[in-house]
Design a protein around this ligand. Sequence first.
Ligand SMILES: [Zn+2]
Ligand SMILES: [Zn+2]
Length: 157
Amino acid sequence: MSDLDRLLDELRQRRPSTRITTQRRLVLEALMADPARHHTCEDVAAAVAQHGVKLDQSTVYRILQWLKNAGVVSQTDLGSGSDVYALAGHPPHHHLVCLHCGAIIDVDDAIFAGLRRTLQLAYRFEPRIEHFAIFGMCQACQEHPRTEDDTFEDEMA
Ligand SMILES: [Zn+2]
Ligand SMILES: [Zn+2]
């Protein structure tokens, strides 16, 4: 059984009313073709187009939202202009994003154990912290601060 079939089985078990349409299957296939990557709506639409199926980005977006609600996909803003989607990993992975140089540093899931527990206990909230981005300033940028203007280069272009 392929990974895709296994995932589809899992989806059907979790949500018996699930209909796996060709479009949904193609989107999942595109994600699984490169499971470690961050995918944008555009990437997925382009990958699906290679199979000769034209899906507009709003359709891809809706399918990705459906997969997100089903717990299969995570959606994250990494500050790049479009949200990225990733297959929900085991264990999940997270990022620190430097607002100054754009560096992305991977973070171990274990550091969120305390936060998860606090949210469960104090707020009775079951958080889905599966692909988290925290914005800030990396060590190199702290040691070599740039002027404020450098940060806003793009706005003036
Ligand atoms: Zn990621
Ligand atoms: Zn930096």
